[in-house]
Design a protein around this ligand. Structure first.
Ligand code: GLU
Length: 272
């Protein structure tokens, strides 16, 4: 079987070793590797990082195949997926402000706090009033209905772990679009992975939990669920996760300091 994977950074900063580790892991696993720039959240992306990502990967010797997919060039596709979900009554408009959401968050059954669905229960009159005055809104997935439509048996195969039962209900009515970010990461990633024929999603374990939501969306939209391989995150000498704000650890800074690509790759080979 041909293994198709992807490296999907967001151009919100220079790549650091942690990103490169994901790219390297995906490269090592795949016969075909896509590079995808996830730039839907335009408020956080900056033009200089688009080319920098390509350049830094090339410097490290990590090659990808085919054309680079830049998500912002395909907004119409994501809009169409959202429109499809909306037409099936699976989305609702949420007019809550950040402060209102923070105040309303509740933690049922001692789980993580989730949005309690205030706007899902809004009266027709109230909804019409907000619409009439053009109040800004986010589109949320009606988790209860979505689960009903999806049916039982949601699961994904995690390499090294086996089948994992997906429990998206833990996340409540997730946001799939908002004013400044017209389609969420969850929606775009699911659409693109399927469109690009990704068979294996190799990414950091910080995204393991998001997979529960991705599996639900795949079922709702009628897409196949790829195999997942979430790898442990690279840590610094003190055992802390590498963060984008640690400028010293960007590939750029390392290169400027005379670090050779082989040294970085050796560290990857030794990582757990
Ligand atoms: N764009 C996401 C990020 O920068 C990664 C998405 C993914 O690999 O699923 O963290």
């Amino acid at each position: 079987m041909n293994i198709v994977s992807r490296f999907a950074p967001s151009p919100t900063g220079y790549l650091h070793e942690g990103h490169a580790f994901s790219a390297w892991k995906a490269r090592a696993r795949a016969d075909w590797l896509w590079l995808r720039l996830e730039d839907i959240d335009a408020t956080r992306c900056r033009p200089e990082f688009y080319d920098a990502i390509r350049e830094d990967l090339a410097w490290l010797g990590i090659e990808w195949q085919g054309e680079v997919r830049v998500q912002s060039a395909h907004l119409g596709q994501y809009r169409a997926v959202l429109a499809g979900l909306e037409a099936r009554g699976l989305l609702y408009k949420c007019y809550c402000t950040r402060a209102e959401i923070a105040a309303a968050m509740s933690a049922p059954h001692g789980g993580e706090p989730v949005y309690p669905g205030t706007c899902r229960r809004m009266s027709q009159a109230e909804r019409a009033e907000r619409e009439a005055r053009g109040a800004p809104f986010a589109l949320r997935l009606d988790m209860g209905r979505a689960l009903g439509e999806a049916g039982p048996g949601l699961r994904f195969f995690e390499e090294g772990m086996g089948w994992v039962a997906a429990r998206p209900e833990r996340f409540g009515d997730v946001v799939l679009a908002r004013k400044e970010v017209m389609a969420s990461y969850h929606l775009c990633v699911v659409h693109d992975d399927a469109l690009q024929g990704v068979t294996h999603v190799v990414r950091g374990e910080d995204l393991f939990e998001a997979t529960h939501v991705h599996v639900l969306l795949q079922r709702l939209v009628g897409l196949e669920t790829p195999v997942y391989a979430h790898h442990p995150l690279l840590t610094d000498a003190q055992g802390r996760r590498l963060a984008k704000r640690d400028k010293a650890l960007t590939l750029r800074a390392m290169r400027a300091a005379g670090v050779r690509p082989e040294q970085i790759i050796r560290r990857f080979e030794e990582a757990p």
